[in-house]
Design a protein around this ligand. Structure first.
Ligand SMILES: Cc1cc2nc3c(=O)[nH]c(=O)nc-3n(C[C@H](O)[C@H](O)[C@H](O)COP(=O)(O)O)c2cc1C
Length: 177
């Protein structure tokens, strides 16, 4: 949530998950980081591979007004990334920001800590530790036999060296499945 009450969308790829913790890498000057620090809640929305163009449609927008100096020549301020992305808000179960209806998987999360990197990148970004309260998954993406995501049905959008990809065919299964 931005201070004006609008709901900002921050396209991002630098994330990893362990248990219910999802760690997000956010550029220090992003509006998303300011919002996470102030509001303490978010929804992590996972687009399907074929939705990459919707993400790209908001890639040069920022919710920060005016845009950070190093982005001023490439980015435009807006407090509505929903319309250009073709996204629709869907109320969340337990956090203030809504989910993106078009995404099939959502994690409602609260911020547990914002950490400074210790290296020379210290000023560039922050490590945002979130704790997932609620997971929503579209029913057809869940394998009822194991109660987990069916990886034959779900191909998340992957951002690889600034190009968009989906997943390929499964190469193997872990014994822990
Ligand atoms: C596919 C994609 C992935 C991105 N991943 C990240 C990321 O992991 N961390 C980050 O700080 N910015 C990332 N960005 C850039 C931010 O989305 C960009 O800085 C944007 O302006 C942030 O919006 P905000 O200022 O409204 O928060 C990514 C952009 C795209 C299009």
């Amino acid at each position: 949530m931005s201070p004006d009450g609008s709901v900002n969308i921050g396209p991002m790829s630098s994330a990893w998950a362990l248990g219910r913790t999802i760690v997000l890498g956010w550029e220090a000057t992003s509006q998303t980081l300011a919002n996470l620090a102030r509001d303490g809640q978010c929804v992590i929305n996972y687009p399907h591979a074929d939705q990459w163009a919707k993400v790209e449609a908001i890639a040069t927008l920022t919710g920060r007004n005016p845009p950070a100096a190093h982005k001023a020549d490439r980015f435009t301020y807006t407090n509505d990334k929903w319309t250009p992305g073709g996204f629709t808000p869907l109320p969340s179960a337990g956090v203030r920001p809504p989910r993106i209806a078009e995404c099939a998987i959502h994690c409602e999360a609260e911020v547990r800590g914002i950490h400074e990197p210790s290296g020379p990148d210290r000023d560039g970004f922050r490590i945002v530790e979130t704790y997932v309260r609620t997971v929503h998954a579209r029913r057809d993406l869940v394998d009822p036999a194991i109660g987990h995501i069916d990886t034959d049905a779900w191909s998340p959008s992957l951002y690889v060296f600034r190009d968009y990809f989906g997943t390929g065919p499964r190469l193997g299964r872990t014994r822990r499945r």
